[in-house]
Write a protein that binds this ligand. Structure first.
Ligand SMILES: [Fe+2]
Length: 272
């Protein structure tokens, strides 16, 4: 089994400066493809620009392998409704829907964006790994937070789902996002939370001890660290990456849009 050196990005949340920095850094590290775990949009002020970059990155048109993008809960909400979102997130999703309908910078891409968003799947599996936005058993909505490492029933239900999908353990790791907090949950109950850029980190024999890896968030980290987060993985070794980006510009983008609550800019500086 050959697994390409893959950059796993998630929860970009329309943060163009963060996404641009993450993509450039991953390319410099030799990423052979990109896998995006969803929530390209929502919260931030550059949804169509981020969609363009993700569509381009996963196409592999620059000599890299084709990648994939999953549906996150914000993609689901923009396609349906944000009625279960909090007021700030709902205002952002309604504004994002308008931006997509306006067709992006050139004004003619609305159908391209809606086709892309409508075609996203909530879960994917291949030799070497599984992918979900939230969790293996509830790919779009379930959060896996650090405190869940102590919730053995919840974690075991998710590992049972992985085992049912892949009894032989060929895809013993599931990459997720959604909580915006990077970390590794092991099936034996261990939980590992990186304190910054760390790795390469050997995931070990995943057929015997499965793992769920949260790759963190590129566009809106929530672990108290304002730096963008993503993961590089080569099929066995994993590197957690944290990077500064042009946070001030991302905040200015949000504050320039009257429909977006200022709190969405403030929280970027807090990493919350
Ligand atoms: Fe998210």
């Amino acid at each position: 089994m050959t697994y390409p050196l893959t950059a796993l990005i998630s929860d970009l949340h329309s943060n163009l400066p963060a996404l641009t920095t993450a993509l450039r850094d991953a390319r410099e590290r030799g990423a052979e493809r990109f896998v995006c775990l969803g929530d390209v949009i929502g919260y931030g002020a550059r949804p169509t620009e981020c969609l363009e970059l993700v569509i381009d990155a996963i196409a592999g048109a620059d000599g890299r392998k084709p990648g994939l993008c999953l549906q996150g809960n914000h993609e689901y909400a923009v396609l349906s409704s944000g009625e279960d979102f909090n007021p700030n997130a709902r205002r952002a999703i309604d504004w994002t829907r308008d931006q997509i309908n306006h067709g992006g910078p050139t004004g003619d891409k609305a159908l391209t964006y809606w086709d892309f968003l409508g075609g996203l799947e909530p879960f994917a599996m291949e030799p070497g790994a599984m992918y979900a936005h939230g969790s293996p058993r509830d790919p779009v909505r379930e959060y896996l937070l650090p405190r869940d490492a102590r919730d053995s029933a919840k974690m075991q239900a998710n590992f049972d789902r992985m085992r049912a999908l892949d009894p032989e353990g060929h895809s013993g790791v599931c990459f997720v996002g959604h909580s915006h907090v990077p970390g590794i949950f092991y099936e034996d109950g261990r939980y590992y939370r990186p304190k910054g850029s760390e790795g390469p980190y050997d995931l070990g024999a995943l057929a015997r001890c499965r793992a769920i890896v949260n790759v963190g968030s590129v566009g809106q980290p929530r672990d108290g660290d304002r730096r963008l987060a993503y993961v590089m993985f080569d099929g066995r070794s994993l590197t957690f990456v944290r990077l500064d980006y042009d946070l001030t510009t991302a905040q200015e983008h949000i504050r320039a849009v009257s429909e977006l609550p200022g709190h969405l800019a403030d929280r970027l500086a807090l990493g919350q």
